[in-house]
Write a protein that binds this ligand. Structure first.
Ligand SMILES: Nc1nc2c(ncn2[C@@H]2O[C@H](COP(=O)(O)OP(=O)(O)OP(=O)(O)O)[C@@H](O)[C@H]2O)c(=O)[nH]1
Length: 412
C-alpha cells in the first residue's frame, strides 16, 4: 500500500534540475535509504523528520554528523544532494523515526508535487538557515514552507536551525538569532498565523550544539515525554556528584540529553534508583562505586553485571545507558527501566542541574510521579539513602554478584 503511495509522487515529481522544475527521474538516494518497496504504510510509519532549507545550508552535513559519525571536516567534501535521502533511525522501541533530507534546489510547491502527502505524515520539519550567509532568501523560503505545511498538518513541530554559527562571534550569534526570530514571526503575524510556533536553535556541526538541538527535536516526538521528564528529574536529583570532584565519573546531567527507551513496568515501587550501564548491557563497577570512562571518553567502561533489559543503539545520540529501578515495598527491586543517555565523545555537560528541585518526588506504584515526601523517609536527593538500594538492584540482576558488588554503584 505504502509502496505506491510514497514511490509514485516522489519518483514522478522530484528530480535534478533548477528550482521550479521537476524532472520525472527523481527518486530516493542510494546510500542508506530503503527501497521504495519496503516503505511502510503512511498510517504505520515512524515519525518523520524533514530536513529542509536552501542549498548548501548544511542539511546533509547535519544528518551525516549526528547519525552517521561523519567528522565535521569530512562534510566539506559532501556533494550537493539531488535526491531525497530517507534515513531510518531505529534505535529503540521509543526512538524510531525517519529523516528525509531534501535537496536544496527542489521547489516543494510545484503543482505536480504532492506536498500534502509529505507533510501529512510529518512529525517535525527542521528548516536549516545558513547564518554565515545572507538569510533574506532563506527567510522567504522558510515562510513559504512552514505556512504550506501548517495548513496541511498543524501538528507538525516547526524547528529552525540557525546553522553554522561557529563562524560568528557571541554577539553576532545573539543578534542573528534575534533578527531571524523577529522577521520570521513578523511574517507569520502578517499572514495571520500567530498560532504557528517556530522553535529556534543556534547550531553548528563543529560543537555539541547540533546534538543538543536534534535531541530536543526528537524528544518532542516521544509521546511518553512527560513521564520521562519526571523520571529524569528524579535521575538528576540523585545525581549529585560533581565532575570537578570526580573527573572520571561519567555523569549524565542535562535533561534534554536523556531519552528513556522503555515504558515503566508495573511495580509497587516507591522510590527510584538509576544505575549507569555500559553499552554492552552491564553495570560498570569500580572500587569507589563511580563509573570509569572508557579510554576514548565515549562512555562507561564495560563491567561484569549483565542486564537483561539492555537495549542496544547504533545512534550516537544515544550511545550510553542508565537504568531506573522501581522499589517494590517489602519486595526487592522488581522493575527496571533502561534509559538511554545522549552523549557524544565524552563531552560532558558541567552545567548545574536545571531541574534539581524534585527531591521530594517519588514514584507511585504505577510509575507516575508523586510529590509527596518519600514514604520511607529516605528522600531521593540524599545520595547515601540510595547506596543500599543500588546493592539490591544488583542482586535482582544477578544473585551471584551480590557479595562482590561494591556499594554505591548508582550515580549519586
Ligand atoms: N562552518 C560550518 N560549515 C558547515 C556546517 N555545516 C555544514 N557546513 C558546510 O556547508 C557546506 C554545505 O553542506 P551540505 O550539508 O552539503 O549542505 P546541504 O544543505 O545538504 O546542501 P544541498 O545538498 O545542496 O541542499 C559543506 O561544505 C559543509 O562542510 C557548520 O555547522 N559550520
Amino acid at each position: 500500500m505504502s509502496l505506491q503511495y510514497e514511490e509514485e509522487p516522489l519518483a514522478e515529481h522530484y528530480g535534478y534540475g533548477p528550482p521550479d522544475s521537476f524532472p520525472k527521474d527523481f527518486g530516493y538516494g542510494e546510500e542508506e535509504e530503503e527501497e521504495a518497496e519496503d516503505l511502510p504504510a503512511p498510517a504505520d510509519s515512524k515519525p518523520r523528520i524533514l530536513l529542509m532549507g536552501l542549498r548548501r545550508s548544511g542539511k546533509s552535513s547535519i544528518q551525516k554528523v549526528v547519525f552517521h559519525k561523519m567528522s565535521p571536516n569530512e562534510t566539506l567534501f559532501l556533494e550537493s544532494t539531488n535526491k531525497i535521502y530517507k534515513d531510518d533511525i531505529s534505535s529503540s522501541s521509543f526512538v524510531n523515526f525517519q529523516i528525509w533530507d531534501f535537496p536544496g534546489q527542489v521547489d516543494f510547491f510545484d503543482p505536480t508535487f504532492d506536498y500534502e502527502m509529505i507533510f501529512r505524515g510529518t512529525g517535525a520539519l527542521i528548516f536549516v538557515i545558513d547564518a554565515q550567509d545572507d538569510y533574506v532568501e532563506a527567510l522567504g523560503r522558510l515562510h513559504l514552507t512552514v505556512t504550506r505545511a501548517y495548513r496541511v498538518n498543524p501538528d507538525i513541530n516547526f524547528e529552525v536551525f540557525i546553522h553554522k554559527v561557529d563562524g560568528l562571534s557571541d554577539d553576532h550569534k545573539i543578534e542573528t538569532q534575534r533578527d531571524i526570530h523577529q522577521r520570521a514571526n513578523d511574517d507569520l503575524v502578517d499572514a495571520s498565523l500567530e498560532k504557528l510556533h517556530l522553535s529556534f536553535y543556534l547550531t553548528s556541526i563543529y560543537d555539541h550544539s547540533i546534538f543538543e538541538a536534534f535531541s530536543k527535536v526528537v524528544q518532542k516526538l516521544i509521546p511518553q515525554l512527560p513521564t520521562l521528564e519526571n523520571l529524569l528529574n528524579i535521575f538528576i536529583s540523585v545525581s549529585r556528584r560533581e565532575p570537578a570532584q570526580h573527573p572520571h565519573l561519567w555523569r549524565p546531567s542535562v535533561l534534554n540529553n536523556l531519552v528513556v527507551t522503555e515504558t515503566i513496568k508495573e511495580s509497587g515501587g516507591r522510590g527510584a534508583l538509576i544505575s549507569p550501564l555500559s553499552s554492552n548491557g552491564s553495570v560498570p563497577l569500580s572500587s569507589d562505586g563511580s563509573v570509569p570512562l572508557s579510554s576514548d571518553g565515549s562512555g562507561p567502561l564495560s563491567s561484569n553485571v549483565p542486564c537483561p533489559l539492555m537495549v542496544q543503539s547504533p545512534c550516537p545520540l544515544m550511545k550510553c545507558y542508565g537504568m531506573v529501578a522501581l522499589r517494590g515495598g517489602e519486595r526487592s527491586w522488581d522493575a527496571y527501566v533502561p534509559v538511554e543517555i545522549s552523549q557524544r565523545g565524552g563531552n560532558l555537560s558541567t552545567e548545574p542541574h536545571a531541574n534539581g528541585g524534585t527531591s521530594q518526588q517519588s514514584l507511585t506504584p504505577r510509575g507516575d510521579l508523586s510529590t509527596e515526601p518519600h514514604a520511607n523517609g529516605g528522600p531521593l536527593n540524599e545520595p547515601h539513602a540510595n547506596r543500599g538500594t543500588s546493592q539490591q538492584s544488583l542482586t535482582k540482576l544477578s544473585e551471584s554478584q551480590r557479595d562482590s558488588s561494591p556499594p554505591g554503584v548508582g550515580i549519586q
